[in-house]
Ligand binder design. Structure first.
Ligand code: ZN
Length: 173
């Protein structure tokens, strides 16, 4: 979404919201699978948990979209900043030795960007139904931020040596 982009129709808003939630669910699933493949079950569990939350969110949006008739939005037309949707975690951030804390740092940034996207729509749209939904979705994303912050509080920030592989023999080929 370019900083000035605005959304003034419910169908356009739902199409964006659905794409955001579906991509977040898929990307968290991928990250979870990567963590599993790299023997980091703790980080895998966190990503798969987040994936489940976002998949549920996507289903909610899909239900709201029933009967509205969503426009097909090409990836390059998405009105968000940069190439990735606000909630999609970047692949390159998924270091295979990533600790749960690092996984949660990525998740926190994603959830904050998603909340900011919906808050931006809510504060700029001229459509009351879009404003109401965007406010609800922003509140949901703020709740996700709180979940992630709570999870982060349980995981101590790792030391600076976290990236040293202490047992490289267990690394899959
Ligand atoms: Zn979220």
């Amino acid at each position: 979404m370019s900083p000035g982009a605005e959304i003034h129709s419910l169908s356009e808003f739902l199409a964006h919201a659905l794409a955001i939630e579906q991509e977040a669910a898929a990307r968290y699933q991928e990250l979870g699978d990567q963590m599993t493949a790299h023997n980091n079950p703790a980080a895998a569990e966190l990503f798969l948990w987040l994936s489940g939350i976002e998949a549920e969110h996507a289903e909610q949006v899909a239900r709201q979209a029933q009967g509205v008739g969503l426009p097909t939005i090409q990836p390059w037309d998405y009105k968000w900043i940069g190439f990735e949707s606000p909630e999609s975690a970047a692949h390159e951030d998924a270091h295979y030795l990533m600790t749960p804390f690092h996984a949660l740092e990525i998740a926190l940034a994603n959830e904050q960007r998603a909340a900011q996207f919906f808050e931006h729509v809510a504060s700029t749209t001229r459509d009351e139904s879009v404003r109401k939904l965007a406010q609800e979705m922003a509140a949901d994303e703020r709740q996700h931020v709180v979940y992630v912050e709570h999870a982060m509080a349980k995981h101590a920030r790792p030391g600076t040596d976290w990236a040293e592989d202490l047992d490289p023999a267990h690394e899959p080929d």
